[in-house]
Design a protein around this ligand. Sequence first.
Ligand SMILES: [Zn+2]
Ligand SMILES: [Zn+2]
Length: 70
Amino acid sequence: MNCWHCERPAHGVCQFCGRAVCKQHAKTHPSLIDVFRNDKGAYRALVVADALFCGVCRPQEDPIDLPDLS
Ligand SMILES: [Zn+2]
Ligand SMILES: [Zn+2]
């Protein structure tokens, strides 16, 4: 697979959309990998601060509401 930006061989894949990117064009973006509740019942999020990011797509900070599918 080649880089989305420059068509040279890619070094990795964006964690958010799956586009391939080379080292030169790779960026990083915080990625939410898990959400859990602590012993007080509060929600806590586990975040990777520098997940591989293509620079093209738009990861959202918060989950979005899904429309009613029924
Ligand atoms: Zn590139
Ligand atoms: Zn992406």
